[in-house]
Design a binder for this molecule. Structure first.
Ligand code: ADP
Ligand code: MG
Length: 673
């Protein structure tokens, strides 16, 4: 077995498991080794019942007290028991494990470990792991257990076993970092790093493993950027465009005037496209600053010049939204170009027809997801490529789209709040434009951080907003274990909320497990105000634009990164109405309050990200990532700014230039073990 062997060849993986792995993007043994844990579970010593804190994961040692009950509810069969120690009694619930009734004996000693939640005013432990006899807990005490990203049917244990098996049987020979650089920056060997990231013996091992892998990730990325920059510097503008009057006419018909910041950025883009060299420009602007219209202007100018323009969005919902708003605008202002939508969920026939219109040039503006860079898509004369919400895409995808044309202009749109100094390292190949101004009609969003006792008040508030004609988002508690559980959660929550709101209010829901057509339908209804309250997972996080929505309520806000919360908040305050953001938190920890308070006092994404970092400090090993900023698997440009700096230094060193792996022009090989 080697890194390229299909996962199927790993002992214990059958056809069914292989399919589940494939769903998660794991095809080969090498993929599996790079399927890093999402976090680690540290098994700490049991705590007395009286000291349990809501919202935490804890272990409790005690006796099963009284009889074990099975609820008659068929939909979600629940087993409940009481565990008692010297300090108190704790209610414990298990889902879908009716057989526990026969295995848990009254009076027997037990250790349970799980999440403690508040149910109807009392603390309850949900679905804990059971250790019986209690000595079994000793084996796990203080260990770091990897927690992998999962999907329904794929258990953490399955992944652990497969990784262990792969680590044991694959002989790894790769070393991609020159010895001298490893020594200079105290980076461990690749083999050690892989073991350490999956099964760290302790925190030190984990730290070294992670440092090495993050360094490598950054290094690879920076080298790719450097290469793009070198290519660009020599690239003469092959898609030279002229200023078109039609674009200015279109602009003058819009219901609003561009902000000064938008005007400035549009001017820069226009100048680039007319200039001597191919454009590579990053447009950075906080959520709601109006990046889309700038992109549309660029697409229109390209089309007027006889070129095709493509815009790639990170999700289908977002791609569709862009597509619809462009179609509407073009229809309204009599723009004669055909816009095409291309997404993965389209039917084969639809897609074939779209391919054909793209190939013949019948469609001039193409909007879509990753589907835009599929092999089968041939563009007639692609002159402009835009990627929206860049942090979801990699350099490689950006490049793949650019390769579809003959050196098209490149425009990248991002709401990621990065300080300028970092942006220069990370987007070294791009010129930078900043939209640092919100449209005039915007009122600052009002924020509050509240505990769960405020929930009823929040519901009343939302109802009032709906009565005034507005709409609301509720982001459901995050369930990290699996998408299926998350879906269930969203459905239950929306049922509850619907009852609470009464028949006049329509509550809809959205989650990652839904089919694309269902998601689109719901988003469409929400956009039309046929749904007033949308309960959702973070799938609404990126880019969605419904200006009539004025309330964003986030449950379990403490579990999100501040940058992500800021993105969520950006879903409201997009129109002229006063908007509100309610961060609900179950955690009474002081730290939580302090972190969330940063959001409470600022609506400035740049400031927020910086403060979050300061507060958590570099020692926060398992802190919440700032949501998927950039494409890094492990690295976090904020948290690991120090490593990024080192990698930037290394990237321009002589040793790297001479090192065989990177010396090769073919960068794609770097990813292969
Ligand atoms: P983002 O920068 O987050 O992508 P969008 O481009 O989606 O923001 O714009 C948010 C909203 O602001 C949209 O409804 C858009 O029509 C509107 N908008 C954009 N520019 C202006 C402007 N200059 N004046 C008023 N509204 C604007
Ligand atoms: Mg946007």
């Amino acid at each position: 077995m080697n890194e390229h062997s299909p996962v199927r060849e790993i002992k214990g993986i059958g056809e069914k498991t292989e399919m589940l792995f494939q769903k998660m993007g794991v095809y080969t043994a090498g993929d599996l080794l790079r399927y890093y844990p999402r976090t680690y579970d540290i098994y700490e010593a049991p705590v007395p019942v009286s000291e349990l804190e809501e919202g935490t994961v804890a272990a409790v040692e005690g006796c099963v007290f009284g009889s074990v009950q099975v609820s008659p509810n068929r939909k979600l069969q629940t087993v409940s028991a009481l565990i008692r120690d010297l300090t108190g009694t704790l209610k414990v619930l298990w889902f879908r494990m009716p057989f526990l009734r026969n295995t848990l004996r009254s009076g027997s000693r037990i250790i349970v470990r799980g999440r403690v939640v508040n149910k109807r005013g009392g603390l309850v432990m949900e679905h804990p792991e059971i250790f019986q006899p209690v000595e079994k807990y000793q084996e796990k005490l203080n260990t770091m257990q990897p927690v992998y990203p999962l999907t329904a049917g794929l258990s953490n244990l399955t992944v652990m076993k497969a990784v262990r098996e792969a680590l044991e049987h694959i002989h790894l020979q790769r070393e991609t970092i020159p010895e001298s650089i490893r020594q200079r920056y105290h980076l461990c060997e690749y083999n050690y790093a892989l073991r350490g990231i999956h099964f760290p013996a302790d925190k030190t091992m984990y730290m070294y493993a992670r440092k090495r892998l993050v360094f490598e990730e950054f290094l690879e990325f920076l080298l790719a950027i450097r290469q793009m920059k070198e290519e660009k510097e020599t690239s003469v503008n092959g898609c030279r465009m002229e200023k078109k009057q039609e674009v200015d006419d279109f602009l003058s018909q819009l219901p609003f005037e561009l902000t000064n910041a938008q005007k400035k950025v549009w001017k820069e883009i226009r100048k680039d496209m007319q200039g001597d060299y191919t454009m590579s420009r990053l447009v950075q602007g906080d959520v709601g600053s109006g990046k889309t219209i700038v992109a549309v202007l660029a697409l229109l100018e390209a089309a007027c010049n006889g070129y095709q323009g493509a815009m790639m969005a990170p999700t289908e919902v977002l791609a569709r939204q862009h597509y619809q708003s462009v179609c509407e605008m073009f229809e309204k202002y009599g723009i004669p170009f055909r816009t095409e939508l291309l997404t993965g969920s389209m039917k084969a026939k639809e897609r074939r027809e779209a391919y054909e219109r793209i190939e013949t040039g019948e469609s001039q503006i193409i909007i879509g997801t990753h589907a835009l860079i599929q092999e089968k898509v041939n563009y007639r004369n692609l002159g402009l490529v835009i990627t929206d919400e860049q942090h979801r895409f990699g350099v490689r995808q950006r490049e793949a789209l650019a390769k579809k044309g003959n050196m098209p202009h490149i425009l990248v749109m991002s709401a990621t709040p990065i300080p300028r100094t970092l942006a220069i390292i990370i987007y070294g190949d791009l010129d930078l434009s900043v939209i640092d101004e919100l449209p005039k009609d915007r009122l600052p969003i009002k924020n509050c951080v509240v505990d769960t006792g405020y929930r009823e008040t929040a519901y009343r508030f939302m109802k009032k907003q709906v009565e005034e004609g507005r709409q609301c988002y509720v982001i459901c508690p995050m369930v990290e274990e699996s998408e299926a559980m998350e879906a269930e959660n969203v459905i239950d929550y929306s049922t509850m909320l619907s009852e609470r709101m009464g028949p006049e209010v329509t509550v809809g829901y959205l989650h990652g497990k839904m089919k694309q057509t269902q998601k689109d339908e719901i988003m469409e209804k929400f956009a039309q105000n046929q749904i007033q309250i949308l309960v959702s997972t973070t799938v609404v996080e990126v880019g969605i634009n419904v200006p009539n929505a004025t309330v964003m309520m986030v449950e379990n806000a403490e579990r999100f990164g501040l940058a992500q919360l800021h993105q969520l908040r950006g879903r409201v305050g997009r129109g002229a109405f006063q908007s509100y953001c309610i961060f609900m938190t179950a955690s009474r920890a002081k730290e939580t309050k302090k972190r969330l308070d940063i959001l409470n006092h600022s609506n400035d994404g740049f400031y927020i990200a910086g403060e979050d970092l300061k507060l958590r400090g570099p020692g926060d090993l398992f802190g919440i990532r700032q949501s998927g900023l950039m494409e890094f698997k492990l690295g976090d440009i904020f948290q690991d700014a120090g490593i990024l700096q080192m990698a930037a230094e290394a990237a321009s060193s002589e040793e790297i230039r001479e090192f065989p792996v990177y010396g090769r022009a073919d960068r794609d090989n770097i990813h292969v073990l």
